[in-house]
Design a protein around this ligand. Structure first.
Ligand code: MLC
Ligand code: AMP
Length: 465
């Protein structure tokens, strides 16, 4: 059994301990099915998983944890290009719950929710890789972030303490199950704490309102949509905590949510590489625009452009760096990229620009690089979208930026110099079908040339959407 999550819980089991998109399972059924799958995948180097919002995704992830086999959750909306990269780069030897993906070249294995096994697996060492999560850099294809069991356990325990999360909570969310937010916090968190979890399939305001939870997770786009559906928002009044993360929560959304629900949302900050490191505490001050304090075990520091330590005066901006038991083990097959993220004394460079005030409260000001876009809480590298556009025969040049957007935080906008007849829709569909639907530009602006400096480098600051 895994020390990260176990069947034991201080509260009695229920038939609906874990509900995903309307399908309920007890903890006993879940662990029975996961152990049966663990029996079959034990010893594998890594297994990939078509990680749609389903019980199969939960069972398969748990199976990997039990067997000590790294799980690679693949976005279900990923196109052939992105999928092929993830499957080959990760070294996965098997594809679980393949659904319609019959063309990957990997052996496939369905996830049987009715299977049961009570066999005992040796507990994986704490530094065993639990998950390989693919995330975007500024350029190139996504990198595989190696997340060990020990990091997940430390991160979840820190949040459990900060949020006073107990087995009596009912967690509700509808976030994708291939990223830290939905999968690590939203599934493994509930399993580790022993609280019920209801995954709503999609994160719609109406589904959140109906679920009757005590704790809700959402990205800012979700909370913004909740505030625009006032009846659904008011239904959340009976909750204990509304938690926002993965992108900046606009202050007006914070305030409107407070008005409608009576709850000041909890904001927390993290990254795939670091897990969640900073959060407002349930018993602490919830100040709009701030993400709170480091969770237990995490150390943060602010470093100026000249490498000097920034004062914690709430004004001086610097790069946020992290030293934490929740850190990743590196990018798979990318020692160069891993080395770039670490300072000589071993701290992780987040690439986020922040201020810290005299009380230690953190505010994320922005990102150092404009080439990492956050859209609807998804991190998308401009370079990857540009490469996809450039692979279209009608595209001569392409530059992709994130433009401030009231619903998505940032929307992806592509500036394209085309050499042949092509429509905006065709280019959007080209990216959506090759990479992932959520990486598609929402708009394409056709231009005769891109602004370049004397060195020929595109000057993205001169592009306005
Ligand atoms: C639209 N669609 C297309 C399409 N255009 N399909 C194919 N081709 C095209 N050209 C379809 C989609 O398939 C989908 O269908 C529908 O249109 C809408 O898709 P969408 O664009 O994804 O929806 P949208 O409303 O924009 O989504 C908003 C959102 C989503 C908030 C629901 O962005 C989301 O789930 N965000 C969460 C991201 C997240 O969890 N990030 C955490 C990263 S971890 P259908 O049928 O599917 O509706 C992290 C660390 C931390 O950051 O701190 O947490
Ligand atoms: P990801 O790689 O998808 O995990 O994205 C991590 C990035 O999301 C961070 O580097 C931040 O830029 C951003 N992020 C996460 N949480 C917050 C938050 N609460 N406020 C502002 N930005 C956030």
């Amino acid at each position: 059994m895994s020390a990260l999550v176990s069947l034991d819980s201080p509260v009695p089991d229920r038939f609906d301990a874990v509900t995903v998109a309307g399908e309920a399972m007890s903890r006993e059924a879940l662990f029975g099915a996961a152990t049966a799958l663990a029996d079959r995948i034990a010893g594998a180097r890594a297994v990939a998983l078509r990680a749609d919002a389903s019980s199969a995704t939960v069972v398969a992830t748990l199976a990997g944890l039990i067997a000590g086999v790294p799980v690679v959750p693949v976005p279900p909306d990923s196109g052939p290009l992105e999928r092929a990269h993830i499957l080959s780069d990760s070294g996965a030897v098997l594809l679980l719950a393949p659904g319609p993906w019959t063309d990957t070249g990997l052996p496939t294995m369905p996830v049987d929710l009715t299977a049961r096994s009570a066999s005992t697996h040796r507990e994986p060492a704490p530094d065993t890789t639990a998950l390989i999560l693919y995330t975007s850099g500024t350029t190139g294809p996504p990198k595989g972030v190696l997340i060990p069991h020990v990091a997940i356990a430390a991160g979840l325990d820190g949040l459990t303490e900060a949020w006073a999360w107990t087995p009596d909570d009912v967690l509700v969310h509808g976030l994708p199950l291939f990223h830290v937010h939905g999968l690590v916090l939203g599934v493994l968190g509930a399993l580790r704490v022993g609280s019920r979890v209801v995954h709503t399939g999609r994160p719609t305001p109406a589904a959140y309102a109906q679920a009757g939870g005590s704790m809700y997770f959402g990205v800012p786009t979700v909370w913004s949509r909740v505030t625009r559906d006032e009846d659904s928002a008011r239904a959340l009044t009976s909750a204990r905590l509304l938690v926002s993360g993965s992108a900046p929560l606009p202050v007006p959304v914070f305030e409107r949510l407070t008005e409608l629900t009576g709850h000041r949302p909890i904001e927390r900050y993290g990254m795939t590489e670091t897990l969640i490191t900073v959060s407002t505490r349930a018993d602490g001050e919830r100040r709009p625009g701030f993400v709170g304090l480091p969770i237990a075990g995490v150390r943060t520091r602010l470093v100026g452009e000249d490498g000097s330590a920034c004062p914690y005066d709430g004004e001086t901006v610097g790069e946020l760096q992290i030293d934490s038991p929740t850190l990743f083990q590196g990018y798979l097959n990318r020692p160069d990229a891993t080395a770039e993220t670490l300072t000589p004394d071993g701290w992780f460079r987040t690439g986020d620009v922040a201020v810290i005030d005299a009380e230690g409260r953190h505010r994320i000001v922005g990102r150092a690089s404009t080439d990492l876009i956050k859209t609807g809480g998804y991190r998308v590298g401009a370079g990857e979208v540009e490469a996809s556009l450039l692979a279209h025969p009608a595209v001569h040049e392409a530059a992709v930026i994130g433009v401030a957007h009231p619903d998505l935080g940032q929307e992806i906008v592509a500036f394209v110099v085309s050499g042949a007849e092509v429509t905006e829709r065709q280019l959007i569909d080209h990216v959506a079908s090759g990479l992932s639907v959520h990486k598609r530009p929402r708009r394409v602006v056709f231009v005769t040339e891109l602004p370049r400096n004397a060195m020929g480098k595109v000057q993205k600051k001169l592009l306005t959407g």
